[in-house]
Design a protein around this ligand. Structure first.
Ligand SMILES: [Zn+2]
Length: 253
């Protein structure tokens, strides 16, 4: 078996675990015990009904016991996890960087879906991730200085934006959770990555947020959380940052 196949399959099974984290972390439940249950009827899910993506297809998206609909988000998260594993493998090869940035991507995936569901970003993931990142900075592909500046700029710039926005409009656009998240992202991608992440996150967030807010008849701040777009911006920087930046400046010139 080749490495990409192995990475994709591992990514699928880790994705299955990420679904458990997304469901249980905001409920303050253990992510390791007990094993998965149907949220509808409480029946324990058998191992052969818990195979990533395949079980969802075989069961036609319903619980075997009570026929309660299973959210298509479960196979989606599994597929995203596999794609991120493949992406990081192509980006870094079989290195310690691949392991670190795939785990980082998994944390961003968990944060994304918790933020979509609850409009919160658990401190354990953002602050915890930042502390862990600084602790292992020796194994990251950036200097301690760039990493620390990433933390300071990420948290500082977003705090300034929030206060500036509040000063101008009297409304709160983003929350403290976004500040801690961008600080954590900055630890792993440095201050250059933070600038990229704010730019891309705002661009994509506006492109999706404006039509969505229009459909929902809400303001953009009420309609969508910003965390998922920061996570997406950070991931894009790691995977294709150099290509996107050189394309952009080539486009300007
Ligand atoms: Zn059930």
């Amino acid at each position: 078996m080749t490495w990409p196949v192995l990475a994709a399959v591992l990514g699928l099974f880790i994705g299955s675990f990420l679904n458990v984290c997304i469901y249980r972390i905001p409920r303050k439940e253990s992510v390791v015990w007990p094993s998965s249950h149907c949220p509808g009827c409480g029946t324990q899910i058998r191992p052969w009904d818990n195979i990533p993506i395949l079980s969802y297809l075989f069961l036609l998206g319903r619980c075997r016991n009570c026929s309660e609909r299973i959210s298509p988000r479960y196979p989606l998260v599994e597929a995203l996890s596999a794609l991120l594993a493949l992406g990081m493998l192509y980006r870094f090869g079989l290195t310690i960087h691949f392991v670190i940035y795939y785990i980082w991507a998994c944390v961003l995936l968990i944060i994304t879906f918790i933020d979509i569901d609850y409009q919160i970003i658990p401190d354990g993931l953002s602050i915890g991730g930042a502390v862990l990142g600084l602790a292992i900075v020796y194994w990251l592909p950036l200097s301690y200085r760039d990493s620390f500046l990433g933390l300071a700029l990420g948290a500082g710039l977003l705090t300034a934006l929030i206060y500036g926005y509040y000063f101008l409009t009297g409304k709160q656009g983003m929350g403290g959770g976004d500040v801690k998240l961008l600080g954590m992202i900055g630890v792993f991608i440095g201050w250059q990555g933070v600038l990229f992440t704010i730019f891309m996150g705002s661009l994509i967030g506006t492109a999706f947020g404006l039509p969505w807010a229009f459909v929902q008849r809400k303001t953009m701040q009420a309609a969508i959380p910003f965390g998922p777009f920061l996570a997406l911006g950070g991931l894009l920087y790691v995977l294709w940052g150099e290509q996107i930046v050189s394309w952009y400046f080539g486009f300007l010139a």
